[in-house]
Design a protein around this ligand. Structure first.
Ligand code: GLC
Length: 812
């Protein structure tokens, strides 16, 4: 389509500084603006023509750009040289012909180079990032395949891929993290191509030394996030596109879903069964059948006659619901949401002025134009109908947006005729709602804007509560508004395996709260596959079992007693780790660190760690090595540098090394990093149930380490105003094997009643002496006191938040 258009390889003609952090560039055939941020990130926007469009970023809620002053000099050939004193980059050189941008660090090393800019009159553009010969490429949002995307061509166009299992998928994050080595040390950098419409990445496929990025409209908007470590890149990326706000604690529990639990009676029976069998679960999902004829924000009067009563009954069992909401509004003059949307002209129209329709579950439906603030506000308000009935979370599906062409009636059934054609649809321009854009130009932010509307609506309706929104589609920054699941996968081993690199790359793209449907959506799961999937899935950041109508049911007890016990244990482990997991989410809110991390995130200098794609670091201190092969009862594990302990039996290993571990069906290989303290609790069946042992510190010797225990009410936003209890944790190891565990004192105003604090020191022979704040402790069950058994030492001390120092002297 673009071939006929004139391409202009841009050269820099002149430049002008707009202020000390913004520069206007005049190019051959186009214009550009260069901005520098205080954290050392850099942004280049370029477009064909003579004026640059207004900055589109505020229109989709990007975090404000924090300018960082630079000094500017003209180079001999009329180029530009910027010098930055702050973090990130030291110098930026803008060359004239050909136009290029070189980012240099303090050592004079090149940390990024943008080149080959081509601007076309129709708004399409190409720009390349130079690739180092040994560079690996991660991120790119939601993609199938391996972790490292070098050599691939990736398309970003949000799409309901159905069963095709092909790129592109539901959600696009046009961002990558490049990791290469220079003189032994690794260097990471991130690049975001903030296009709202479809775009393409040629990841060093055509030319090994280029990542070529192409947009179809709107010019280019590229931001470079310097490293040098992956964590630095993620911190900078997330400062720009937004971080995942601390989720309500219940949403970190297990979610049980199916298309559909289709009546109140079925939901109540499910809740009873979950509790009768002691399967830790916090939420039940209500798929489309709760609605009245699939009209969003309604309840089927026949199947759900009294949602309030149902929700009270669920609440009594410690269970909540998450209700699905699709953007397609049934075209039905009797339906108030449709009528109001139409009267207020809130739906997307076609070029010919008609309201655009497509066929979704309720039949012919209209799509709200979420790029307008009033439409978002109106949409947000609709959620009161669900919240007032007792719903706790909202599940945004079909929001690519997805739907079909008109149906062909076939007796009792209707045969949908292909995907909906939205090519004639218009939407508002996010940066200026008075202007319109072709749908395709803003397609990739449709779901982002919908989730924004949803989240903000819930925040208005329940100002103190932390919302829970789940989305299928999205764009860079979706984590600000919603958790993400990876759509319709299949009950196959390949899909279980693929969920690992897919979720790791999503995580490296800023989407911290993500998961895949446990057990698979399409097709029927086998007992062994379910067992392995729930073991891994119970450690996904977002843990939900979901399956499609007409497939084998996937409640944890549907696969026989043995698998039920495995599922129960897996979910009990999640609940045990909840305090630790919560802390990792807290870290993510604070600095954009992913919850699920590939090994390269923590060990970028270790080339063997960089290659591992089937192991996961959950936060800094836990490593999961799941079994994802049918029939496998052992697997190989790579342990990077440092001391590692097997979680289950405390076996101690020193990395770097490979080992084979045995993994009977009951067993998920899990390792803890030596020199860490993990806050845990005894398992509970749901958040809100008091654990018998609320504070158990699992201590893994092998180095010095620190951690934090963060506690709050788990559901309101009061923690932002200091209603939080934070306890610093420190582990010291002295010569001769003496060990010191320092706890607290607690900070913040969230009150915790007096309790017993337990520190369980792993792989620790009976000590000669155990003391608390210098006072010798006795062996036994008294508090304070300690017990040494099975190679572990359990110290129990009273916890009033004043802090404690526990010391252990090794035995002779
Ligand atoms: C879509 C969703 C799936 C849901 C179904 C019915 O396929 O991806 O999760 O169950 O629609 O709402």
């Amino acid at each position: 389509m673009n071939e006929k258009r004139q391409a202009t390889p841009a050269g820099l003609r002149r430049w002008q500084s707009l202020d000390d952090a913004r520069f206007a560039l005049e190019l051959d055939g186009g214009v550009a603006e260069l901005s520098t941020a205080a954290d050392g990130s850099l942004r280049l926007r370029a477009e064909a023509g003579e004026v640059l469009d207004p900055d589109p970023a505020p229109g989709i809620g990007r975090e404000p750009w924090m300018p960082g002053a630079v000094s500017a000099d003209e180079t001999r050939d009329g180029g530009l040289r910027l010098v930055h004193q702050g973090p990130g980059f030291a110098t930026l050189e803008v060359a004239t012909k050909p136009f290029s941008l070189r980012v240099l660090d303090r050592q004079g090393g090149c940390s990024a180079e943008l080149c080959d800019l081509e601007l076309r009159d129709d708004g399409s553009t190409h720009i390349s990032v130079c690739a180092a010969p040994d560079e690996h490429f991660f991120g790119f949002g939601e993609k199938y395949g391996g972790l490292d995307k070098r050599g691939e061509r990736l398309r970003m166009r949000n799409r309901d891929a159905g069963m095709s299992h092909r790129d592109p998928l539901y959600l696009s994050v046009p961002f990558f993290l490049g990791l290469s080595r220079t003189s032994g040390a690794s260097r990471a950098r991130g690049v975001l191509l903030d296009a709202f419409g479809p775009c393409d990445f040629d990841v060093a496929a055509e030319r090994g030394d280029r990542v070529r990025m192409s947009t179809e409209s709107g010019g280019v908007d590229v931001t470079i996030f310097p490293g040098p470590r992956p964590a630095d890149v993620l911190r900078r990326l997330s400062a720009r596109v937004g971080r995942c706000p601390l989720p309500p604690l219940w949403s970190l529990g297990h979610h049980q879903s199916r298309w559909s639990y289709a009546s109140e009676a079925e939901v109540r029976a499910l809740a009873a069964e979950i509790r009768r069998r002691g399967i830790p679960t916090d939420a039940i999902h209500l798929d489309i059948d709760y609605m009245d004829g699939y009209r969003v924000f309604t309840w089927s009067p026949r199947r759900f006659p009294d949602p309030k009563a149902m929700h009270s009954a669920l609440a009594a069992r410690g269970l909540r619901t998450v209700a699905i909401v699709d953007p397609g509004i049934k075209v039905d003059p009797e339906y108030p949401v449709y009528r109001e949307g139409l009267d207020r002209d809130f739906f997307c129209r076609r070029r010919d002025g008609e309201v655009q329709t497509l066929h979704v579950w309720p039949g012919r439906s209209a799509l709200p134009d979420f790029d307008r603030p009033q439409v978002r506000e109106w949409w947000g308000e609709q959620h009161r109908a669900l919240l007032d009935a007792g719903v706790s979370g909202i599940w945004n599906d079909m929001n690519e947006p997805s739907g079909w062409g008109p149906d062909l009636p076939l007796g009792r059934f209707r045969l949908p005729l292909g995907r909906a054609d939205l090519s004639g649809m218009l939407q508002s321009d996010p940066s200026d709602p008075k202007r319109v854009r072709a749908h395709e130009e803003v397609r990739n932010v449709y779901a982002l804007q919908e989730c924004r509307a949803t989240r903000e609506g819930i925040e208005r309706a329940r100002p103190r509560q932390r919302p829970f929104v789940l989305s299928r589609s999205g764009h860079a920054g979706i984590q600000r508004y919603a958790a993400v699941w990876t759509g319709d996968n299949r009950s196959r081993w390949a899909d279980l395996r693929e969920s690992i690199p897919m979720l790791l790359n999503l995580s490296l793209s800023g989407v911290a709260f993500c998961g895949a449907d446990i057990g698979g959506f399409f097709g029927s799961c086998t007992p062994e596959l379910y067992a392995r999937w729930i073991q891994l899935g119970s450690l996904y950041p977002f843990a939900r079992t979901h399956s499609k109508v007409f497939t084998r049911r996937q409640e944890p007890w549907r696969f026989g007693r043995r698998v039920e016990a495995i599922a129960r244990e897996a979910l009990r482990l999640r609940m045990r780790l909840l305090p630790y997991l919560y802390g990792v989410f807290r870290e993510s809110e604070h600095c954009g660190a992913p919850v699920w991390r590939p090994l390269l995130y923590e060990f970028p200098d270790d080339p063997d760690a960089v290659r591992v794609e089937d192991q996961i670091l959950l936060g800094r201190s836990l490593m999961v090595a799941p079994v994802v092969e049918r029939g496998a009862r052992e697997r190989e594990v790579y342990l990077p540098e440092g001391v590692w302990f097997s979680w289950h039996d405390d076996a101690r290993y020193v990395g770097p090394r490979r080992l084979r571990v045995s993994a009977p069906l009951e067993h998920l290989p899990l390792f803890a990093r030596g020199g860490s303290i993990l806050p845990t609790q005894s398992p509970i069946e749901y958040v809100g149930q008091a654990p018998a042992e609320p504070c158990v510190l699992e201590v893994f010797p092998g180095g010095e380490g620190s951690g934090e225990l963060v506690e709050d009410d788990g559901e309101t936003t009061e923690y932002r105003r200091g209603e939080v209890a934070r306890t610093g944790l420190r582990l010291w190891e002295r010569r001769g094997g003496r060990m010191r565990v320092e706890v607290g004192p607690r900070e913040g105003s969230y009150e915790i009643p007096e309790r017993i604090l337990r520190a369980r020191v792993r792989a620790c022979p009976p000590p000669q002496l155990v003391s608390l704040d210098g006072q010798r402790l006795e062996q036994g069950d008294a508090v304070p006191g300690y017990r040494a058994a099975d190679g572990r030492v359990l110290v129990q001390v009273p916890d009033r938040g004043e802090g404690a120092a526990i010391e252990l002297e090794p035995g002779p």
